[in-house]
Design a protein around this ligand. Sequence first.
Ligand code: PLP
Length: 460
Amino acid sequence: MPSEPIRNTTARWRALDVRHHLSPFADYKSLKQDEGGSRIITQAEGIYLTDSEGHRLLDGMAGLWCVNVGYGRAELAEAAYRQMLELPYYNTFFKTATPPAVELSEKLAEIAPEGLNRAFFGSSGSESNDSVVRLVRRYWNLRGQPEKSHIVSRTYAYHGSTMASASLGGMVGMQEGFGLPLPGFHHVMPPYWFDFAEAGETPADFGRRAAKAVEDKILEIGPDKVGAFIGEPIQGAGGVIIPPETYWPEIQRICSQYDVLLVADEVICGFGRTGRWFASEAFGIAPDLMTLAKGITSGYVPLSAVLVSDKVGEVLESGEGEFAHGYTYSGHPVACAVALANIALIERDGLVEKVRHETGPYLAECLQSLSDHPLVGQVRSFGLLGAIELVEDKASRKHFEPLGRVGTLCRDHCFQNGLVMRAVRDGMVLSPPLIIETAEIDALVETARRCLDLTAKDLG
Ligand code: PLP
């Protein structure tokens, strides 16, 4: 049924949103009842968003952790325009390819960790993680061990929202009521010292214990049945969980000991976010498969990839018959052209080095200045990923009840005060565009402090 015309544009868009648009991760009942409706974002430039009522917001989340080069980069629009005129679409099925798809594959091999020389493309992180499940099964089938189909992951992991990628993920809310996880997906505790460590346990000891949980799970399932372990080097949507230094080396050892493929999901961590091209470099991870999305095009157009190591690639190339998997938009020429232009911008502007040597350490220092706030139980950051844990009691790291209420209060204050910061349970998380300057980090942290004060006031 067509909607009644409404003159005022913001009111009209909000009404259309409620009537016709089912937005992701939304509570439809409350959206329908909510007087205010959705915030309508109409424009963006640099690190700032503008909404339909003219409010300016500092985007502390780079969209959904993706707009690495910031908004309004003409180079990316021009790359898309040129490619659309040249060849707007052709598929890469059945032994065809396009110049942007192969040029990007080569570029990714150049910037990726050693040995990841092949790329399989999709259009989203979820698709690429689904492709991982297929690749893992194909690999073990070709190696004559088809029973190695089980995959181990962690609680609070986010690997996407399709049925397979949500099974890989460890978000209970996404699984309950959907028959997930599918069979063959297993979860162990995350390397989240703040919430999971025992009293007096050091981060180093805890890191080893969290890695041992992976080993125990592999032994419980049977190493002859486990094909892969998947993990984000830093768990993003789970609350910016930065593992202790002892964690990843142990995971690496465990995977090689039990002949389990190691999959690094770098959908958030990749493309400079941690001050390295890929966080695997920072944590000394040598992945067999690595998934990429988001920062690959800075979110300007949808694109994702699975990077495949020589070890896996050579087995795939030795097998009879086709790998019966792919997407209409695998290697989309426009998306690949934009990715190439985006990587060129990251290189030209020295954004990886800027995060590593300048803005990453600066953000860490500024966040540290919030530690004295009565609500702040811990601050942590790595490159331009940050988190502020809000607690009722600092000494015992006791959260408020119900968990999530105080984070939401703080997030709403941030929105009202011109800052986009996301709440994960009661952790405020940050992932600003990599172009952010130190003066802008000052402004961000100042607003964050003001909003912490407002939240504390609400709590009486
Ligand atoms: N993997 C990680 C680590 C993510 O953070 C996300 C999305 O936030 C995904 C995968 C899924 O990506 P997409 O939403 O593009 O399907």
